[in-house]
Design a protein around this ligand. Structure first.
Ligand code: URA
Length: 189
């Protein structure tokens, strides 16, 4: 993995010098039952150098509790490994969704990371990792809550809504929770 990380640092240093020092890599055991893949690190993730801490960590805790899993037994990562930011009129820095170019830049490395981690199953959070790993123009609305076998990672992929999207759409909370329970059932089978 250190060699793989070095290759990504070199790639990012080439296109965005300086950014290679703020990469947030995935964490967790090799050959886990589940590899969870999010979008990109946020502020806390970038500050702490770990995925899914801060507010997103709370969402993750909720997921783990529902699924009956411990953080230590799964591998957690993101498609884009740095925090995408924008600067507002007042100079305030905030998160923005990764661009198509950023997703394309990081996706080949993600595939190699998945290969290295070798999880039994992948769960994607939201549209960004789903689109990075499937060819079809499918959206999370169509694909959530079921196993997608035909995907670029060559292993079963289960699509979930991104927990952050539930804040803005309360009706999705039930859908998300049912999907997580189904995923937990599949992992136990
Ligand atoms: N934090 C992460 O690490 N990933 C996300 O997708 C959102 C917040």
């Amino acid at each position: 993995m250190e060699k793989l990380k070095g290759e990504l640092r070199a790639l990012i240093a080439g296109v965005m010098p300086g950014r290679e020092n703020a990469l947030v890599f995935g964490e967790g055991p090799k050959s886990p039952k589940l590899m969870l893949i999010g979008e990109a690190p946020g502020e806390q993730e970038s500050l702490q150098g770990r995925p899914f801490v801060g507010k997103a960590g709370k969402n993750l805790d909720h997921f783990l509790e529902l699924a009956g899993l411990a953080r230590e037994e799964i591998y957690i990562s993101n498609v884009v490994k740095y925090r995408p930011t924008k600067t507002g009129k007042t100079g305030r820095i905030s998160n923005r969704p990764p661009t198509r170019e950023e997703i394309a830049l990081f996706s080949p490395w993600l595939l190699r990371e998945i290969e290295w981690v070798s999880p039994q199953m992948i769960a994607t959070l939201g549209n960004v990792p789903l689109k990075a790993l499937t060819d079809a123009g499918a959206t999370i609305g169509q694909m959530h809550g079921r196993v997608i076998e035909a995907n670029q990672a060559n292993r079963p992929l289960f699509a979930l809504y991104h927990p952050a999207s539930l804040i803005y759409n309360r009706s999705l909370t039930d859908v998300y929770e049912n999907d997580v329970l189904l995923l937990a059932k599949l992992l136990r089978a």
